[in-house]
Design a protein around this ligand. Structure first.
Ligand code: ARG
Length: 277
């Protein structure tokens, strides 16, 4: 990847996330945006629309449990790295943790309408999102990566996505990159990264752009898929709270600092990831 292009990409990510919905419609004039994938989604969205965030005894985490190892379903249970961190935050506040699973692109709306108290969803703290929510200190470093078919010889870096049909999870930074990179022919938006990978396997799209750790999970043991060793956007995950909710933000930052200091963070980390970061 040429660095000049990448610099542009990074600033796009930080500059444009707020207007992503609008951008999908008019950001890049020539790109075909396929939303079939989203409309025909078999995804079960379990946003109950409740107002649990108001209750005294519980604290509600908003997430999208389609992002292993950060949040995913293990049977009926939602588990993962973010869930374990969230449990520590709830503990610190002396409250019970309730998890609301919903489409990723509705999380900020749910937060700002008090349906959830915070978002823990492998969410990248972009400058645009910072205009809508307050972010905690960062708790994880990530990158965007590319998945292609194992026998693909045409794509080895992000530059090679030019002219291709690329799948993403709707409303993510990967979506923003693909939707705003004019050279990319088509973006196929899905409610879940796994659905994008399914279409890749079926030959309906040429590549999937998604965060590094979920990309590793999705390609593990899949002999027909290949994860390119060409990460191309650096990002940092943080927990989001409603703007001005300083009390909960302080509790979150204190919890993050405490679990980093006493080794709990490393313990949780070792459960879900290979190498310490
Ligand atoms: N880090 C990316 C973003 O913030 C993707 C996050 C997707 N998370 C999820 N739980 N599905 O846009």
């Amino acid at each position: 990847m040429k660095s000049s292009k990448m610099l542009k990409v990074v600033s796009l990510v930080s500059a444009s996330i707020l207007s992503m919905g609008i951008l999908a419609g008019c950001g890049s004039s020539s790109k075909k945006v396929s939303t079939d994938a989203v409309n025909n989604s078999s995804e079960v969205l379990t946003d109950k629309g409740s107002n649990q965030a108001q209750s005294d005894n519980v604290i509600v985490m908003g997430t999208n449990a389609e992002f292993e190892p950060f949040e995913y379903r293990d049977g009926l249970e939602i588990t993962g790295f973010d869930v374990e961190i969230a449990k520590k935050i709830a503990e610190k506040l002396g409250k019970e943790l309730v998890i609301e699973d919903m489409a990723f692109d509705t999380l900020i709306m749910a937060l700002n309408s008090d349906k959830v108290d915070f978002i823990a969803a492998g969410m990248t703290a972009t400058d645009e999102r910072k205009t809508q929510v307050d972010f905690s200190d960062s708790y994880f470093k990530s990158q965007q990566m590319i998945i292609v078919k194992a026998d693909d010889t045409t794509i080895t870096t992000a530059d090679d996505l030019a002219g291709k049909k690329v799948g993403v999870q709707l409303g993510t930074t990967g979506d923003l990159f693909v939707s705003t990179t004019e050279e990319i022919a088509e973006v196929a938006q899905f409610q879940a990264g796994t659905q994008a990978v399914m279409d890749l396997k079926n030959g309906k799209i040429d590549a999937v752009v998604i965060d590094a750790e979920p990309a590793k999970k999705m390609t593990e043991g899949q002999s027909d898929l290949k994860l390119l060793d060409a990460p191309f956007i650096e990002e940092e995950y943080a927990i989001a709270v409603k703007k001005g909710n300083d009390e909960i933000l302080a509790a979150i930052n204190e919890t993050l600092a405490a679990i980093k200091a006493d080794g709990t963070y490393d313990e949780i980390y070792a459960k879900y990831f290979d190498v310490a970061q």
